[in-house]
Design a protein around this ligand. Structure first.
Ligand code: C2O
Length: 477
């Protein structure tokens, strides 16, 4: 099904069909009431309690889905396996199809949530159900939402699979885990998407992984009901990014992004295929909004003339020596000789629409790391690594992509790009510094009782280079 380009009458008809299907069994009168209602609103879980209907319905649906066999597309196990699974036996349609480290990261997960939400709506018998989102960037929501911590409900996962301290309320998300300051200012879609995928997306997963939770690996993550609230937040941030304007746009010049078909199941267990063009406008095409979000930006696939969009032109300045992050304590800082670059770097750091970035490419981990790394550039030797400092440039967070054996069969390496303008200014302007240090500090979940966290696997960074990124506006041919 391709929904884009429908007139509003067609959209309404589609909505009617969708809604009728969603409440199969409801009386016509109920359906009419639904049609008069505004779209589904995905609400902030921070305002909810265990008796809020969205959470009651969610738990009820999960219980019902757990009773179905894993071969039934509507079962809890099957839905999670669409994301990723280690289940043996013959692989079923759509299993292990999540997109990570690709341009389709956001679009695939939006589709996945959409069909999952419809299944929950039907399984719960609650025609008003909409998934909540976990707004962890709010300082009040750094702990696992309390309704997910009560045993005996569908929302609960035992410590052994959720990780230590989340149910007890002693583990929490660090401020560097939930930050969107790296991704939101980005102008090109690919820079935004990959930054957001890293932080907060990957890092939130890893925070659970650091304590032993299912959420810490792509092949188990979607078994935890909190997964879908995490992803609603990521999906909401996509809308929020677009709403900032300034030339931000979905990658409508990318044919694969627009037309690649992904397989899911509707609430009746029937196969459905979707493309990027089907999910551009959440409210209009999929019938939902997020609580408190700005007016959604409407983008369209079949339009000839589009406003120009941003893309980056790169110039590589120099490589750091090879980088390995071995298991155990943090490695010593890596030094880049910048004597010949110093003047230029300072000049570039002050230019408009220009960024100095560090590119970490060909990143491979031997297995899913239990930590992420805060990255510091130019941090003086005697200064402690504090995320508030100007030398903190973002995170290296490997989840799925870049992990051997976790790329759904293909071992695809990961890459990261972090903006260095402030750090370079801070490091090079004050004194006559001949080198730039690059330091990695392992982090996991925050813990009430301080315990040290250590990397559990070998990570190699194929290349770490300092580069200049100049943003230009291009027009879609
Ligand atoms: Cu496909 Cu957050 O994972």
């Amino acid at each position: 099904m391709t929904l884009d380009g429908y007139t509003s009458a067609q959209t309404r008809r589609r909505f009617l069909r969708t809604t009728v299907a969603a409440v199969a069994g409801a009386t016509l009168c109920d359906v009419e009431k639904l049609l008069a209602a505004p779209p589904f609103v995905r609400m902030d879980v921070g305002g909810m309690t265990a008796t809020t209907s969205a959470l009651v319905s969610y738990g009820k649906a999960i219980d019902a889905m757990k009773l179905l066999p894993a071969t039934n597309p509507l079962s809890w196990a099957y839905q999670a396996a669409i994301h990723g699974t280690t289940m043996g036996g013959p692989p079923q349609p759509a299993w292990n199809t999540c997109e990570h480290g690709t341009l389709e990261f956001l679009s695939w997960h939006r589709m996945y949530l959409y069909w999952f939400e419809r299944i929950i709506r039907k399984q719960s018998g609650d025609p008003n159900f909409a998934l909540p989102f976990w707004n962890y960037e709010s300082a009040a929501e750094r702990y696992l939402p309390p309704p997910f911590r009560t045993s005996g409900t569908g929302l609960y996962v035992a410590d052994v699979n959720r990780g230590n301290g989340w149910n007890a309320g002693t583990s929490f998300l660090l401020s560097t885990t939930v930050s969107t300051t790296g991704c939101m200012p980005q102008l090109p879609f690919n820079s935004f998407s990959s930054n957001l995928e890293g932080t907060p997306h990957n890092v939130v997963h890893i925070a659970f992984g650091s304590t032993g939770g299912w959420m810490g690996s792509i092949s188990t993550a979607a078994q935890d009901p909190i997964f879908y609230l995490h992803h609603c937040n990521i999906d909401r941030l996509w809308n929020a990014w677009l709403a900032q304007g300034g030339g931000r746009s979905d990658p409508l010049s990318d044919a694969t992004w627009k037309t690649k078909k992904f397989l899911f199941f509707d609430e009746n267990g029937k196969q459905v295929w979707m493309t990027g063009c089907d999910i551009l406008r959440a409210q209009e095409q999929l019938g939902y909004t997020y609580e408190g979000e700005p007016t959604q930006v409407k983008q369209y696939c079949p339009i000839k003339l589009r406003p120009p969009w941003w893309h980056g032109i790169y110039e590589v300045l120099g490589p750091w020596p090879p980088i390995k992050l071995p298991p155990g304590p943090d490695p010593a800082p890596f030094e880049l000789d910048v004597r010949s670059l110093r003047e230029r770097l300072l000049k570039i750091a002050a230019e408009r629409n220009t960024d100095i970035v560090i590119q970490l490419t060909d990143v491979m981990a031997e297995r899913q790391p239990n930590v992420y790394w805060e990255v510091y550039v130019g941090l003086p030797k005697d200064e402690p690594a504090a995320a508030e400092s100007r030398f903190y440039v973002g995170n290296l967070a490997i989840f799925g992509a870049g992990v051997q054996g976790e790329g759904h069969g293909t071992a695809r390496s990961a890459q990261f790009e972090l903006r260095l303008n402030d750090a370079v200014r801070a490091a090079l302007s004050s004194r006559d510094q001949g080198s730039l240090s690059l330091r990695f500090v392992a982090r996991g979940a925050g813990m009430k009782e301080q315990s040290e966290i250590r990397n559990n696997t070998m990570v190699s960074v194929g290349k770490a280079t300092i580069a200049v990124r100049r943003l230009q506006k291009a027009r879609t041919p």
